[in-house]
Design a protein around this ligand. Sequence first.
Ligand SMILES: Cc1cc2nc3c(=O)[nH]c(=O)nc-3n(C[C@H](O)[C@H](O)[C@H](O)COP(=O)(O)O)c2cc1C
Length: 354
Amino acid sequence: MPSTSEKRKADHLSLCATNEVAFKNKTTLFEQMELLPRALPDLAMQDVDTSTSIAGKPLGAPLWISAMTGGSSESVAINKELAAMAQELEIGFCLGSMRPMLSDSARATDFQVRDVAPDALVMGNIGATEIARTGPEPVLEALKKIGADGIGVHLNPMMELIQPGGDTDFTGVIDAIAALVQAAGDDLTVFVKETGCGLSWRDGENLKKAGVRVVEVAGAGGTSWVGVEALRSEGAAERIGKIMWDWGIPTAVSTAWMADQGFTVISSGGIRSGLDMARAVAMGAGLTGVAAPLIQAREKGGVKLVREYLDDLIFGLKVTMVGCGAADLAALSSVPRVLGPDLSRWIETGWQGR
Ligand SMILES: Cc1cc2nc3c(=O)[nH]c(=O)nc-3n(C[C@H](O)[C@H](O)[C@H](O)COP(=O)(O)O)c2cc1C
């Protein structure tokens, strides 16, 4: 008999294997960011340099596979496949929530991917409310066991409120994050992420005070995790979850805010093309992340289609870079751009939250 958390993880995988859990009416707003094309780029495709680094690890492209799974039998196979691909493509890989490991250390083998990804950037993952309960030590021990380079702490209050049996008390979370950052020291990177509702200006200020230097925005416009939990709920939670489906800050906006506050930013939530990646880098992101499309590609065509999806992202980024005459990511970050009215309005009015 699978445990409740195994059942939840299995539900997440099957719901995300379809596109039924995408945002309905809200987008990332990256479509309102035009990068200025150049007809005379004076560049050869083969000379375009997409390399970067994060947490001391070199990456061939500004991309990681965002946190997805762990803790169900299917997730062990998925994590190995994706981590092996990250190793091959020189991109990063994040495990899904390591919560099962905290209550049963024998579950460490479920999260072990170093055999297939010895050098890749590998990050662990845990919920913020979980570290508020356990404190930093069990988390750091779990990371050592699997040889991860760091950990993403996920914030997901709206998702939890709709999730059957989810958390309803979010007090003490920022102190728990500060304690984790301090306990991790310089050895492990602690980054903080949302799961599809984005990080606000005020969130950024609080995270900075807590010592966080890296954030993954996981904004609105891609997978709606409120939507996922609405589909798993009954009664009032289902009804309210359907109303709150599109809750969140568009990814382009959250990326702009976090970059402006000086974070190393991973832009994610609805990144679906190399053009999106280029726009995110131009908006100030150091890296981009993608999640649900990889589960959908795997469902349709196994590892071959997952590989094709990732290859297309990287190829699309290079095509865009040549198109706007950017030889490397530094040049891409300062490419002239035109912002549409909703994106400009969001960026400007959001700063009133200072
Ligand atoms: C099947 C699946 C499971 C996920 N599980 C986690 C998780 O355990 N921890 C976490 O921080 N985010 C989790 N996420 C959220 C993603 O990391 C990401 O922030 C979100 O899906 C938005 O990205 P996307 O639009 O590319 O899917 C999961 C996503 C998927 C598709």
